[in-house]
Design a protein around this ligand. Structure first.
Ligand SMILES: *[C@@H]1O[C@H](CO)[C@@H](O)[C@H](O)[C@H]1NC(C)=O
Ligand SMILES: *[C@@H]1O[C@H](CO)[C@@H](O)[C@H](O)[C@H]1NC(C)=O
Ligand SMILES: *[C@@H]1O[C@H](CO)[C@@H](O)[C@H](O)[C@H]1NC(C)=O
Length: 376
């Protein structure tokens, strides 16, 4: 009976009810088609992105769609075309005159290019109280201090790079003493959590912790493998107009090689800014594990918040050797929609992702260990 009725109904002209159904089906079909087209284009962009290897990426710029302050890369080859450096002359920080003025105030002789020493003596041990003898050794005879009203935190993200760290500190501490910068502390932020390294998380958790405790007025995020080579490159925020300072402008990898020219989008290496600026950027992204991506994510944050960096004319660094890190194959995918996430991924959610385990005071540094918080 029912079958018959169904059949007769089916063979007859469509009822208004079935018309509406057809309409709904075509609408749903159309929406699905549209979604799959969008999906297809997005994934093919990701794929073409991932196929490009680093050497090519660094040369080829990307295409970004600038829309209401949200940047969405639509073609992966154009990102490095963008500039985070301030336009024209304001992108360059020439501290020569300031250095000359300060030199007279404090009677310091900042001569520029330095010879760095990559062979610290055996008794230069980072966690030993005996190391305090080096502080006395390096202490300049006059007690004059510049930028006295500034509290500087130098934050170094760290895991398993003892030799690089020793080399850095053996050079950086006397370097700061030469500059008569004395109101500072060096913080080693060590990832104790097993698994891949996450620099962004370490910087973020350290920053929040220090804002509650040490209360710096200036912060420097410092890669462990970069040693400053020019003593006129002042480690301070007070010489800045409000722009952050990308200090590691010129880097070389062995004594004989030339300094590399960086792409104008880069803000990684050594980056100095006022805490307010770091808060405005919402810090680093917490989502980049292993090598690569977090600094470019930071570059995107600068772009979308309209913050530009200055680069000092004296920003020369030597990059000390370490083994190659595992690269993050996921980094391009994360960068793709980085700007959409920037206000919910960073300083404001780090307290749910990581926690400070221990803090140890040594003569040269404050050592802070960090664990991840297990997610359910
Ligand atoms: C990456 O680029 C280098 C140099 O251009 C090339 O030799 C290498 O084969 C490329 N690798 C891939 C995976 O395409
Ligand atoms: C910085 O400025 C001084 C003059 O104040 C000038 O002599 C020097 O060449 C400048 N340095 C660079 C690298 O432009
Ligand atoms: C420190 O003092 C200088 C003047 O010597 C002033 O320009 C600057 O704003 C002061 N900075 C802070 C953080 O108080």
């Amino acid at each position: 009976m029912t079958i018959q009725r169904y059949r007769s109904c089916h063979c007859s002209r469509k009822t208004p009810n079935s018309k509406r159904r057809t309409l709904w089906f075509s609408l749903i079909f159309f929406v699905l088609l549209l979604l799959s087209i969008i999906y297809y284009f997005q994934t093919s962009i990701y794929q073409s992105f991932q196929e490009v290897n680093d050497s090519i990426i660094y040369k080829k710029p990307w295409n970004l769609l600038y829309k209401q302050k949200i940047l969405v890369p639509v073609s992966i080859n154009r990102l490095y075309d963008y500039r985070v450096v301030c336009d024209g002359q304001s992108g360059i920080l020439n501290q020569t005159e300031l250095v000359n003025r300060l030199s007279k105030v404090c009677k310091i002789n900042l001569k520029g290019s330095l010879n760095i020493n990559l062979n610290p003596p055996n008794d230069f041990q980072l966690r030993s109280s005996l190391t305090s003898k080096y502080i006395d050794l390096w202490r300049a005879s006059n007690s004059c201090s510049i930028f006295e009203n500034e509290t500087l935190a130098i934050i170094i993200s760290y895991r398993d790079r003892e030799k690089n760290l020793k080399n850095l500190l053996y050079n950086l501490i006397p370097f700061l003493e030469r500059q008569r910068i004395r109101n500072y502390k060096i913080f080693i932020i060590e990832q104790q959590a097993a698994g891949p390294f996450n620099k962004g998380r370490l910087y973020n958790i350290a920053f929040n912790h220090l804002m509650r405790t040490y209360k710096p007025t200036c912060v420097t995020f410092h890669d462990v493998d970069l040693i400053p080579e020019n003593d006129q490159n002042l480690y301070s925020c007070l010489s800045l107009t409000h722009h952050p300072l990308h200090m590691s402008t010129n880097i070389h990898f062995d004594k004989k090689s030339l300094y590399t020219t960086l792409y104008s989008f880069l803000v990684g290496g050594v980056l100095t800014m006022q805490p307010e600026t770091f808060i405005r950027l919402n810090g680093y992204s917490n989502r980049y594990f292993n090598w690569g991506g977090e600094d470019d994510d930071m570059g995107l944050r600068f772009l979308s918040k309209d913050i530009c960096v200055q680069r000092p004319t004296t920003g020369y660094y030597y990059a000390t050797f370490h083994s190659i890190q595992t690269r993050n194959p996921n980094r391009f995918k994360l960068l793709f929609d980085a700007t959409l996430r920037q206000d919910s991924d960073g300083l404001n959610n780090i307290d749910r992702l990581a926690s400070i385990k221990n803090q140890y005071e040594y003569p040269l540094v404050t050592w802070i260990t960090v664990e991840w918080i297990e997610q359910d």
